[in-house]
Design a protein around this ligand. Structure first.
Ligand SMILES: [Zn+2]
Ligand SMILES: [Zn+2]
Length: 345
């Protein structure tokens, strides 16, 4: 029986490699040879000790190639390129059964590799149920395919804002999530206004299609948005930066009938002041976006496979499995977008 390697976060800034036995897929199982695993915020927080959850087999943004399938697998075959949905829901709670599995009460606790909790994407192989595996186009770059999960999160967010053709949409922050929001809002036919304090990121925003960019360290973003919309304010605003002041700004720059999506989670969760009358008279909707549903993930695979979304500017580094520590250090650098571990190199 052959063995495969798994990278496990075993303490603060500590990753250990473990060898486990490689098993054959049975029934509806699929054996994936992992190509790319992107390092998301969750893994970064555990690695640098903000969240102490050890040992943790991290890595939930994964793409690879099907190596072997169980006898009852229909959706993929050996050689297929696939993205993997690792943060799955229970299927049994109230929200899963009402079709809102992104609100699952017990979700996202997963063990892929025997003895190590966590999604387990930093590994040479993964044995998975077929329903987690999504076929991608044959010509897709698997590093790009590994960004299916973060893209799916943003698709969920974009859907919550019900963008209409011609809408004025503001995206606050041009990190990777802001960058996805810009591209998706453009696909929906909006005029996109990007706000950011970093000039390099404003350049990225322009390249990805933002129609107007505002450097909010130099200009008053609320006034500028009002000016651009004949005083009305935006139709939709996405707050992708976890700064309380920006959450308040998001609401302030939203116009009548507008939608505000609090995309980021806030730690600490400081309250903001809110004019209830502004909400009452404007009929604005203040909502959030948390976790993608199954259909968001499926749509993300289609957008990437059909090259409707380009993620090449959002990959800031690629490291082989043996340099996984280096990949994490790079990922922690705030100037980077996604850093990818090539798990079989
Ligand atoms: Zn993620
Ligand atoms: Zn559930």
């Amino acid at each position: 029986m052959s063995k495969y390697r798994v990278g496990v976060i075993s303490g603060i800034k500590e990753i250990t490699t473990h060898e486990l036995e490689l098993k054959q897929p049975q029934g509806k199982q699929v054996l994936i040879k992992v190509d790319s695993c992107a390092i998301c915020t969750l893994e970064q927080r555990i690695y640098d000790g903000v969240m102490k959850r050890y040992p943790f087999a991290g890595g939930h943004e994964v793409a690879g190639t099907v190596e072997e399938v169980g006898e009852n697998v229909k959706n993929v075959k050996p050689g297929d390129k696939v993205a993997v949905r690792l943060l799955t829901s229970c299927g049994e709670c109230y929200y899963c059964r009402s079709g809102n599995e992104n609100q699952c009460e017990v979700s996202f606790m997963t063990t892929i590799h025997e003895g190590f909790g966590g999604p387990g994407g930093i590994a040479e192989y993964m044995l998975l149920d077929a329903n987690r595996v999504y076929k991608m186009a044959d010509d897709i770059d698997l590093a790009h395919a590994s960004l299916t999960e973060p893209l799916a999160c943003c698709i969920h967010s974009i859907n919550n804002a019900s963008i209409q053709l011609g809408d004025d949409v503001v995206v606050i922050g041009v990190g990777i999530m802001g960058a996805f929001h810009i591209q998706l809002a453009k696909l929906r036919g909006a005029r996109v206004i990007a706000c950011e304090v970093d000039e390099t990121r404003l350049e990225v925003a322009k390249k990805l299609g933002a129609d107007v960019v505002i450097n909010s360290s130099k200009e008053n973003a609320i006034e500028k948005v009002k000016e651009l919309t004949e005083g009305r304010g935006a139709d939709a605003v996405f707050c992708t930066v976890a700064l309380t002041a920006l959450a308040a700004d998001s609401i302030a720059m939203t116009g009548k009938l507008g939608r505000v999506v609090m995309y980021s989670s806030f730690h600490p969760d400081n309250p903001i002041e809110l004019s209830v009358n502004k909400v009452h008279y404007s009929e604005m909707i203040i909502t959030g976006a948390v976790n993608p549903g199954t259909s968001d993930f499926l749509i993300a695979t289609k957008l990437l496979s059909n090259k409707l979304i380009d993620v090449s500017d959002l990959i800031s580094g690629i490291e082989p499995f043996d340099q996984v520590d280096k990949a994490f250090e790079k990922a922690l650098d705030p100037s980077t977008y996604r850093v990818i571990v090539k798990c079989n190199e």
